[in-house]
Each structure stands twice: as C-alpha cells, then as structure tokens.
Design a binder for this molecule. Structure first.
Ligand code: FAD
Length: 309
C-alpha cells in the first residue's frame, strides 16, 4: 500500500474502539529471560495469561553478547511445554563459532523448537564496536542461511523503519533486509517506533525493493519512558517529543503511566490496522497487563471467551 492511498489517520471515537472488534488480527509476544526468582514467577504468569490470546508465537530474547544463552534455551522449552504455544528462540551471531550455533540449533530442533528470531546481535555494553567472531556467522543473513542448513526452522529477522544505526545508508539497510529474507526468513519484525509514518514509508520502500514477506510492526507499550529514551538512540528508534510530553509529571504515578501507555499503543495499532497491518509483535517487558489490555481493545479475545461465545 503506498503512502498516497493509505488513510491519513484513524479518527474514531473511543466508544467505537470498544464496540468494534477488528477481524483478522494475529499477535506475537516477546519476553526476556528474568534474572531473579520473582522475575521468573512474573514471566510464568505473564506467559500463561498472554498464551490465552492464542498468539501465533511467543519469543524469548538472547542477552547481548550471548550472555543469557542457557537461560533463553531453558525458558523457550519451559514456556513451550507450559503454554502449548510455539516459542521462538532468539539467536545471535555474537561471540560464537558457527559450529556452536549449529549445534545449539540442532539441539533446539530435537527439543521441538521450530521458531527462531535470527539476529546479528550487539557486543556486550562497553566492549566497543561489533566484530564478527573469526569462525562465526558475521551478519544475520549468514545466520539465516546457516540455520536453514540445520533444519527447516520458521525464521523471523529484524527490520528498522528508522534505519539501523550502524547501516551505511537506508538503502544498504534495506538491501540487507532483502538478503535476510532471500536467504529464507519467513517474516521481518521491526524495531519499535512511535510515528507510524516511519513504518509506512519503510513498507513502501520494501515493497518497491521486491520484498514480499510480511513486515510485522514491533509495538512497545511504554512502561519506563526514561529507560526507553536512554536505550532508543542506540537501537535506531526515535522518541517523539509528544510522547515525552504525555508522560510529563507522571514519574511517581505508575498507574496513570500504564493507562497512557495502553491508550497510545491502542491508537497506534488502530492506525496500523486501518493501513493494512494484520500482525502485531508486542515487546511485553514480561508484563501481561498492558499488552493484554491493548489486544483486548483490538478485539483479540482469550480462548475461554472465544469458546463461550
Ligand atoms: P544485521 O541484519 O546483520 O545488520 C546489522 C547491521 O550491519 C546493519 O546496519 C546492516 O545494514 C549492516 N550489515 C548487514 N550485512 C552487512 C554486510 N555484509 N556488510 C556491512 N554491513 C552489513 N539483540 C540481542 O542481542 N538479543 C536479542 O534477542 C534481540 N532481539 C531483537 C529482536 C528484534 C525484533 C529486533 C528488531 C532487534 C533485536 N535485537 C536483539 C537487537 C539486534 O541484535 C541489534 O539491533 C543488532 O545491532 C542488529 O541485528 P540485526 O539482526 O538487525 O543485524
């Protein structure tokens, strides 16, 4: 869909939001491996609640520099068993020889894991610029190719509507995305963004470049604005001033922050839907409440409600 043909904005009254379930939506949810026992309990609870929404898949991230390799694998197999939802294992190229990555992929396949989010990854904080491991996969496109030699995984790759910060140019970054998809990845999931026009422009450019696979927007409900501001410049996502203004004065009021976060994300998803998007990937930050509220407002219902209907 080109910029010129898309609707400019969803102008719908809040009451209409609540009445009207949007048909044809599919969702996926991302978690990170917690480091504490409390965090583990919270993740188990969040995954159980969000699994009720029948996502296409849920995923568990891999720490920068591969620091949480074992934790990621443990959580992927644990949540796949406990929820019955396919769980994608994020996997990066950082600090690992090809053989080690291939062996891990083989083990995952043997354990019933079929979904992988294949990434280059970043070096651990403070360790300077990314250098490929001498015997490793250098970039995500190489990793996709290698993984598909191991087994027929369903693979998601990363995309950057506002351009990856280390890309030589927007064109080079798009060429790289095409390489990853041409290597056999099934879809691209984007870095979060808050101005949908970035996404629409990027999708148009991807289409013009011959990319046919789905580009799934990554939706970040804002749970910690300052943390997000600190993190965003390094990851190719811009925090608009209107968003900063919305959270102004709410530092000590988490409840109101959560309400605003949900309403911002609902409005963003409605606009994306009006412009042809049907799949949404949520960065849950291991919390079910916000993501569940956003999904509910979009008409995504849990299994029990579907069966009762
Ligand atoms: P690539 O696609 O390999 O691209 C990296 C950069 O190199 C780009 O600038 C690209 O244009 C450039 N490039 C690619 N190929 C070449 C080449 N041949 N020559 C020169 N330049 C090239 N990080 C984690 O550590 N763990 C995670 O679990 C994780 N999950 C993520 C999930 C999603 C949905 C997203 C969007 C990001 C995630 N990240 C994660 C962050 C990601 O690892 C970083 O953004 C990383 O810097 C780039 O990874 P990539 O897979 O996009 O890299």
């Amino acid at each position: 869909m080109s910029l010129s043909t898309r609707a400019t904005k969803v102008i719908a009254m809040p009451t209409k939001y609540l009445k009207e379930a949007l048909p044809g939506i599919s969702v996926s949810f991302e978690f990170f491996p917690p480091k504490t026992a409390d965090g583990a309990t919270r993740l188990d609870e969040a995954a159980t609640k969000l699994a009720e929404l029948s996502p296409d898949f849920m995923s568990v991230t891999y720490g920068a520099g591969g620091t949480t390799q074992d934790l990621t694998r443990d959580w992927v197999t644990r949540l796949q068993k406990s929820t019955g939802v396919p769980i994608a294992h994020h996997l990066t190229c950082v600090g690992a020889a090809r053989q080690d990555v291939d062996n891990l992929a083989r083990d995952l396949w043997a354990e019933g894991v079929r979904n992988i989010v294949a990434l280059r990854g970043d070096p651990p904080k403070g360790s300077g610029k990314y250098e490929p491991h001498p015997d490793g996969y250098a970039f995500a496109a190489d990793l996709v190719e290698g993984l598909l030699k191991v087994a027929d995984f369903d693979i998601s790759v990363a995309a950057y509507p506002e351009v990856h910060p280390q890309a030589a140019s927007a064109k080079a970054d798009l060429d790289n995305l095409k390489r990853k998809l041409d290597a056999g990845a099934n879809r691209a999931v984007t870095q979060y963004f808050f101005e949908n026009d970035h996404f629409y422009r990027f999708r148009d450019q991807a289409e013009a470049a011959g990319i046919t696979q789905e580009i799934v927007p990554g939706i970040m409900p804002v749970t910690n604005l300052q943390g997000l501001v600190n993190f965003s410049s390094a990851c190719g996502a811009h925090i608009p001033q209107w968003l900063v203004d919305m959270f102004d004065g709410l530092d000590d009021d988490r409840e109101t922050q959560a309400m605003i976060a949900a309403s911002v994300a609902i409005e963003q998803c409605r606009d994306l839907y009006a412009n042809g998007v049907r799949s949404f990937h949520f960065y849950t930050m291991n919390r079910a409440d916000l993501t569940r509220a956003i999904c509910h407002a979009l008409g995504v219902r849990d299994r029990a409600a579907k069966h009762a209907a």
